[in-house]
Design a protein around this ligand. Structure first.
Ligand code: SF4
Length: 450
């Protein structure tokens, strides 16, 4: 017989307990046990006045944001609706059935004001990393680094090609002001760009993805053991700025958690001389990073790697076994020959090249050949040696790919393909929140397995 639902929906009294309604194995219940808001409240105390009307509870706002970034609810307006109707979300946020939900505008006010001044989202992220360390999820042996593009909230229609005059007050939105302030600090932002977004000028126009657009990069430094995200940093999507986050993140992890890894995995973009000098010589970390050897020149012209470096004599040998030296003249006072780019130029003798049968493959348009060598080339040699080792193929290459897996989870499981907020600082806030929820999920999973 076909049944028919007869429940009354207008009952005034219910025998109902929210705590009992949430299953023991619910993700939010598992996550909840790793959140320590006493510490967060203590940290935030100096940022609130001791008199006046009580503010919206910061714990409630952080919990709501964690729900949003955990379940891919990116709009704050929608998040407020979802928390209002979903029992599990209400339970996680510490709300009763009849408690009101804060207005969505409260989030932007706090994010841009008190939370940013207090660097609260970084603090929340760090407390979760500390929990991961306490639970034995961080080995601290090998870290892997990589970056991933996330589409910026910048309309392609609102972009300009010519240099922009940002002075008119109307154009100075928060994102523009942030960009103008950063121009003085970050030299790389001053270089001419193909297109600049007038809504979010710090975002980078790039055609590296299938569809050209404006992007920011999220940079992850992960521990290879359980892929815990040890640090995260936003940067405009340019190679040099992505690579520069290596130092920022390694220093910050050492400062916050006292961990310096024994080895670092990354792709060839991280194999620049300056970066490897920092990793090898300053931090004494073993690099498992392929070295970028440059593009093989066209028309079968000899590349740099066709010239053999003699460490003992400090000179190159060309394919015709002639010497390329940094010093062809006798100077009265010895010179370092180091250029502004921290390189030394080695040249062949034009008299020898003139008679060489290989000249057409070496320097067909110039009297002699020159090779530039970084002063940090020894650090690159360490990386070259490491990448030839057996462990590189069997262990480190696979560990490097774990960062890519973290990015894939970020995009598919957390619906994080594009940014909602504008400006680099807001991108950083969003990246911190999604990385925090990724780590919380790892803690929850680890706890349910053990
Ligand atoms: S052209 Fe000069 S540098 Fe090149 S292979 Fe011949 S001798 Fe060597």
């Amino acid at each position: 017989m076909m049944g028919q639902q007869t429940a009354q929906q207008n009952a005034l009294f219910y025998d109902f307990c929210l705590e009992e309604r949430i299953p023991q194995n619910h993700l939010l219940r598992k996550i909840n046990q790793f959140l320590d808001f006493d510490q967060i409240r203590l940290y935030l105390k100096p940022f609130y006045s001791h008199t006046g009307r009580p503010s919206v509870d910061p714990e409630l706002m952080i919990r709501m944001l964690l729900v949003g970034y955990c379940y891919g609810i990116r709009s704050e307006r929608r998040l407020c609706e979802e928390v209002n109707f979903n029992l599990a979300y209400r339970w996680f946020c510490g709300l009763g059935l009849e408690d009101g939900i804060p207005n969505h505008s409260t989030f932007s006010k706090n994010r841009l004001g008190r939370f940013r001044n207090a660097d609260l989202l970084r603090m929340v992220f760090n407390t979760v990393v500390k929990k991961c360390i306490e639970q034995g999820l961080v080995g601290g042996e090998g870290f892997a680094i990589d970056a991933s593009f996330v589409q910026a909230n910048a309309s392609v229609k609102r972009s300009i090609h010519a240099p922009v005059d940002w002075r008119p007050a109307l154009k100075q939105t928060r994102a523009v002001k942030e960009y103008l302030d950063a121009l003085d600090e970050v030299a790389d932002l001053n270089r001419p760009q193909k297109r600049v977004s007038t809504t979010d000028p710090m975002s980078q126009w790039t055609g590296a993805k299938s569809r050209a657009d404006y992007f920011y990069s999220t940079n992850y430094l992960i521990d290879a053991d359980h892929t815990v995200i040890m640090d995260v940093e936003a940067s405009p999507s340019t190679n040099s700025l992505e690579v520069s986050t290596t130092k920022t993140m390694i220093e910050r992890v050492e400062k916050n958690h006292g961990i310096v890894p024994n080895s670092l995995m990354g792709d060839a973009a991280y194999g620049t001389a300056n970066n490897l000098n920092y990793v090898v010589n300053e931090k004494k970390i073993a690099p498992y990073i392929p070295v970028w050897e440059g593009v093989k020149p066209k028309n079968n012209i000899f590349a740099k790697f066709d010239f053999i470096w003699d460490e003992y004599k400090g000179e190159y040998r060309c394919p015709a076994q002639k010497v390329l030296s940094k010093n062809h003249r006798n100077y009265r006072e010895p010179k370092t020959h180091i250029t502004k780019a921290n390189t030394i130029i080695y040249r062949s003798k034009s008299a020898e090249c003139k008679q060489c049968s290989l000249k057409q493959y070496c320097c067909p348009k110039t009297p002699s050949r020159k090779i530039t060598r970084s002063v940090y080339e020894s650090a690159r040699d360490v990386a070259r040696q490491n990448c030839l080792s057996k462990e590189y193929e069997t262990k480190y290459l696979a560990e490097r790919k774990k960062v890519e897996m973290s990015f894939a989870h970020m995009k598919s499981h957390h619906n994080f393909n594009n940014l909602r907020l504008r400006g680099l600082k807001s991108a950083n806030d969003e990246f911190l929140l999604v990385a925090t929820t990724q780590n919380l999920k790892k803690l929850a999973m680890h706890n349910s397995i053990n």
